[in-house]
Design a protein. Structure first.
Length: 365
């Protein structure tokens, strides 16, 4: 499965773009190469539906330019055999951006003067994907995990064969050079050298990634690798036990449990914080208040119901106005995102109080 996990900068750039003609397409896809034709047909059907709207409302030259952008993508046969669980396509007459996402999103298209970003925010909120590093003295494997697709080991250039090979020894239990350290202390030094070598090998592979890295290891290897890892997204929870005895699918099953626990913990903290601060005037679920706060950069954390829609838009002065062409929730989310807020797209059952939107504020006003 190939995914292009969007960074915050990616989402902000997409959210901030304005053009008289923006076409957004979200289509659920299969990562299996045998499903490439089906993926393409689904995307084409959504695009054709979007183009009916475009040709009814836009200039012919602009509509033809958007058509060319999509046709260029259709002709890339390799692209359609390397997809994730969903595909997001953002088109204007002069640009095209595609993101292969780990979440299975609902089919959707939108045509307007800005891109639809709520589904993209969902992919960032809870990607349901991770990397697993199965690490032992006998070797290391990097495994890619998705929500429900098959796990797969990823090739990593320059990954050391095992801990002993890093020190050019037959065993890591021997004394260090010069005989200064031996026994458990010498072994830990060797493991630290091994951990740094593994980390160096992983850097090119994980460069630019934001997915959690879940470690599968026993002690002291687990703790030593944590101390020497340069990756910013190592998960707090780990898969314990000997990873050499676990298959990729067994590692993935354990990783998914950890991902669920991370998400549940984050939601619990969000709920508790929202209700605590709401009593002090530092959190709100009133859309008019949130619109004003978003316009003036006063939102710290915003959560919106990913399936809810409220016809409206937010003025630069923070007023919430009726507007049948836009979604007020998405407009609030867009403005909050561009002011540096953390924006979460949640399912209704995961929202605090099952509200349409909740915001934790930087200051009361």
């Amino acid at each position: 499965m190939h995914i292009d996990m969007p960074t915050r900068d990616d989402v902000t750039r997409i959210a901030s773009l304005r053009d008289p003609l923006c076409v957004t397409i979200y289509v659920p896809t299969s990562p299996l190469p045998t499903e490439s034709e089906h993926n393409l047909l689904q995307a084409r059907a959504l695009f054709d539906a979007a183009m009916e709207v475009v040709r009814d409302t836009a200039d012919k030259d602009d509509a033809d330019a958007v058509q060319v952008q999509f046709d260029d993508l259709l002709e890339d046969a390799y692209f359609w055999t390397n997809l994730g669980r969903s595909l997001a396509i953002f088109l204007t007459p002069t640009s095209a951006l595609e993101l292969r996402l780990p979440n299975e999103l609902e089919a959707q298209f939108a045509v307007g003067d800005r891109f639809a970003i709520t589904s993209l925010l969902r992919a960032v909120t809870f990607p349901q994907a991770a990397f697993v590093l199965a690490l032992s003295q006998n070797g290391a494997r990097l495994v890619e995990v998705s929500a429900d697709g098959p796990a797969q080991e990823l090739p990593v250039a320059d990954m050391p064969d095992d801990a002993a090979s890093v020190s050019r020894l037959t065993s890591i239990a021997g004394p260090t050079q010069g005989g200064r350290l031996q026994g458990d202390e010498g072994r830990k030094v060797r493991i630290a050298q091994y951990a740094r070598a593994v980390d160096r090998a992983l850097r090119p592979q994980l460069n630019g990634e934001t997915l959690p890295l879940i470690i599968a290891a026993t002690e002291p290897t687990l703790s030593i690798f944590r101390q020497n890892s340069s990756y910013a997204h190592v998960a707090e929870d780990a898969i314990t036990g000997n990873p050499d005895a676990l298959t990729e699918e067994q590692l993935a099953d354990s990783a998914r449990e950890i991902l669920d626990a991370i998400y549940a913990k984050d939601l619990k903290e969000l709920h508790e914080t929202f209700f605590e601060l709401q009593a002090n005037g530092l959190a709100s679920s009133d859309l008019s208040d949130l619109a004003r706060a978003a316009a003036f950069g006063a939102i710290d954390i915003l959560a919106i119901d990913m399936n809810a829609e409220v016809a409206g838009s937010v003025t630069d002065g923070g007023a919430l106005e009726l507007d049948t062409e836009h979604d007020a929730l998405e407009d609030i989310a867009r403005r909050a995102l561009l002011s540096g807020a953390q924006v979460l797209a949640l399912r209704e059952d995961d929202m605090p109080g099952e509200l349409q939107a909740t915001g934790i504020l930087r200051y009361s006003f």
